[in-house]
Design a protein around this ligand. Structure first.
Ligand code: T5A
Length: 216
């Protein structure tokens, strides 16, 4: 007999610039929720399914022998997302599982919109096609000054195709995330990721408590 509590499934995304601690803190949240008997899966974008991971490889590989056009990059991000939603996110939510996702469409708005300068209208149209009505219930935006996140990412390993971008690109990306948070204050919860890890996790624990709907 299952001892898992039946609670409405939640789709929670973790966003932010390079190396701000998304992977580390998703794992923390997963353990926290599991200890409370909640069914939870962790996934990431781009990626999360066999086909979407192949697209991720094309997006992150450095260097290709030709420059990837910005619009190709945008379409690949949404192709991966459409596959991920259809094959993984939607089925998990339908069986009552909480889905914790490392990056989602806010990253597209921040990186391809604010970073690359593609039109936010175009991104919005592709979002409607790819997401099939699926929206995050809550987004934790891990925000830290760029040098802090980049320093952590560089200490961890070789740079990918995005991590070799210049400071002004990442400045625009951070501004993009903060603009999204300002426009969607109910969904997006900003966490100060420049703090010590224990303080970041205390903030997340408190925010997750508020996110839990009443058990049925
Ligand atoms: N992308 C993605 C787009 O352009 N458009 C899109 O639509 C999408 C979905 C994906 C890339 O694709 C781009 C954006 C990205 O460039 P990724 O691997 O998901 O790449 O993204 P990264 O940000 O590169 O992921 P990282 O794994 O580098 O960073 P995380 O997950 O934010 O950080 P994490 O947890 O690995 O932590 C990094 C290091 O810092 C330490 C950790 O222990 C680790 O060593 N750390 C801390 N140290 C001190 N204090 C703290 N508070 C710490 N928090 C973590």
């Amino acid at each position: 007999m299952s001892h898992k509590k039946t609670m409405p499934a939640q789709f929670i995304t973790f966003e932010g610039g390079e190396g701000v601690g998304k992977s580390t803190n998703i794992e923390y949240c997963r353990q926290l929720l599991e200890q409370q008997g909640i069914d939870v899966v962790v996934t990431r974008e781009p990626g999360g399914t066999e086909i979407a991971e192949i697209i991720r490889e094309a997006l992150l590989k450095k260097p290709h022998n030709e420059r990837m056009s910005d619009i190709t990059e945008l379409l690949l991000v949404f192709a991966a997302r459409a596959q991920h939603i259809e094959a993984f996110v939607k089925p998990a939510l339908e069986r009552g599982c909480w889905v914790l996702c490392d990056r989602f469409t806010d990253s597209t708005i921040a990186y391809q919109g604010y970073g690359r300068g593609l039109k936010l209208d175009t991104i919005s149209q592709l979002k409607t096609i790819a997401q099939m009505g699926i929206e995050p219930d809550k987004t934790f935006l891990l925000d830290a000054p760029i040098d802090i996140g980049m320093g952590r990412a560089q200490a961890r390993g070789p740079a990918d195709r995005f991590e070799v971008e210049q400071l002004d690109f990442f400045t625009r990306v951070r501004e993009g995330f903060l603009a999204i948070a300002k426009a969607s204050p109910n969904r997006v919860h900003i966490i100060n990721a420049a703090q010590q890890l224990t303080a970041v996790q205390a903030d997340l624990k408190q925010a997750l408590e508020q996110q839990k709907p009443e058990p049925k």
